[in-house]
Design a protein around this ligand. Structure first.
Ligand SMILES: Nc1nc2c(ncn2[C@@H]2O[C@H](COP(=O)(O)OP(=O)(O)OP(=O)(O)O)[C@@H](O)[C@H]2O)c(=O)[nH]1
Ligand SMILES: [Mg+2]
Length: 447
């Protein structure tokens, strides 16, 4: 094969955002700005490294046919729908102790309005202004978080799934709610104490009310500021998610756990996912890149899929389904017929048929992995019925689906052919992207 599999990356400046608007339901007139234009350094860093993240517990239930919640028009945050890349735009969150410390310091520096000669009046003026300043210094960053952390409803469905599956369903909204509740409390207690202070009759009373007010606000923030620290952790987790460019053709590796997906990602791309001989080594979506003939492509490694219904799937499996459901990827489906991966060929056959049917609109390539381990007679698990009269399954056990390539990462059998087939697949994917783009442009041209 002539093409050079290089580690170099090229900047991809999108030619048009029309395709994305159409495919992902952007409103016309939305000023779509590609995340790579705004954050070149960040995207570069993301491309140079492989990013993986752990999935934490959550109870999000299914994806493929799950309808996204309708967007209410009266919700002002529901306009406009976002492109992917929202996590890279999240504001920096300060730890709660830092916010409090900085606010206290600034508030204490506030002095009384000049020209008040009466001592009691001056003191109550200073007290009210200091409490007011503390309240504002605490409330402003909290308001900024509320305004700049996106409403989940406007996120791209893929990113919405990432939030639900990684943080746990409802957790994001819950933390946002707690932060806003804290802000409201600080504002109301601050106002109340500032007004009390302003009504003081003596210098001493003003001093006491100031001290009480400051202490009360400090107590509230100490007690409920944990929400800000939770938000900080959420922002860190979300920022670490791999960045996907929707205009770059993407290959998604899918298959049973332990089938050899990550080994192939390592071989095909810059991605360096962990490879181990146990299921669910890959615990998140992981990106790799391929540059071929000056064209950049993306590769995503995914957690394995088991034979079970969607209700029983773990969040790792749901993440794989989220990629297939919401991202325009080509699929490289990995079948391990050697018996080594732990999922029997008959179970893999059932998973495969279901996934292939469900995502039939994706460009597709099948590979039978670990062909160095394949014997003359196909692997039969103790749990399987070797005499079952199923011609289709018997054929699958021997050769995998029609047209599947046999490859081995260990002996490198079939790898050159795999690379050129993957290249062809990604070029076809590029063709799809371009043709949808030009269709969209022709629709936009006024007659
Ligand atoms: N003999 C042989 N072993 C392989 C081959 N490819 C992968 N393996 C082994 O199979 C095991 C699983 O490989 P992974 O690449 O981690 O499989 P995976 O599908 O990513 O696994 P999960 O992330 O757990 O779903 C590892 O021990 C690999 O060394 C191959 O071509 N031949
Ligand atoms: Mg893996």
């Amino acid at each position: 094969m002539n093409a050079t599999w290089s580690l170099l990356h090229q900047w991809q400046i999108p030619q048009s955002s029309l395709l994305l608007r159409r495919r992902f339901n952007f409103r016309k007139g939305t000023n779509f700005v590609h995340p790579k234009i705004i954050y070149p350094n960040l995207c570069f860093a993301q491309q140079m490294q492989t990013t993986a993240y752990e999935i934490v517990n959550g109870s999000y239930v299914p994806l493929p046919d799950s309808k996204q919640p309708p967007i209410k028009l009266k919700d002002k945050a529901a306009v406009p729908l976002e492109d992917v890349g929202a996590f890279q735009k999240l504001p920096m969150v300060m730890p709660s102790v830092d916010i409090l410390y900085s606010a206290m310091r600034k508030a204490k520096r506030v002095s009384a309005t000049k020209g008040i000669s009466n001592i009691a009046k001056r003191e109550r003026n200073r007290g009210a202004k200091q409490i007011d300043a503390l309240m504002k210094e605490l409330a402003v960053p909290l308001r900024t978080y509320k305004e700049n952390f996106p409403n989940k409803k406007i996120l791209h469905p893929y990113e919405r799934s990432l939030i639900e599956l990684t943080l746990g369903d409802g957790n994001y909204e819950e933390v946002m709610g707690k932060v806003d509740k804290l802000r409201k409390k600080v504002v109301s207690v601050g106002k109340e104490h500032a007004s009390l202070c302003a009504k003081s009759l003596t210098k001493r009373e003003a001093e006491e009310r100031l001290s009480e007010g400051m202490k009360k606000i400090e107590e509230i923030f100490n007690c409920e500021g944990r929400a800000v620290d939770e938000l900080l952790n959420i922002a860190k987790t979300l920022r670490a998610m791999p960045v996907i460019d929707l205009e770059t053709p993407t290959l998604c590796l899918v298959g049973a756990p332990n089938a050899g997906k990550s080994s192939l990602v390592r071989l095909l791309s810059t991605g360096k996912p962990e490879v181990c001989n146990y299921p669910f080594t890959t615990r998140g979506i992981l990106m790799g890149h391929i540059t071929l003939s000056y064209q950049n492509f993306q590769v995503t490694d995914t957690p394995g899929l088991l034979r079970r219904s969607d209700e029983d799937r773990n969040n790792l499996e749901k993440l794989t389904l989220a990629v297939l459901s919401h991202l325009p990827t080509a699929v490289l489906y990995v079948h391990d017929l050697s018996g080594q991966c732990g999922t029997s060929p008959s179970d893999q056959f059932i998973i495969y048929k279901e996934i292939k049917e469900r995502f039939s609109d994706h460009l597709w390539l099948d590979v039978v992995s670990k062909c160095d381990l394949l014997r003359d007679s196909p692997a039969i698990f103790a749990t399987e019925d070797s005499n079952a009269d199923n011609i289709e399954l018997a054929k699958y056990r021997r050769t995998g689906p029609d047209g599947a390539l046999r490859v081995s990462v260990t002996s490198e059998v079939g790898i050159d052919q795999l690379k050129s087939r993957v290249h062809e697949l990604l070029i076809s994917q590029l063709g799809r992207i371009k043709s949808s783009e030009s269709n969209e442009e022709s629709l936009e041209v006024p007659r």
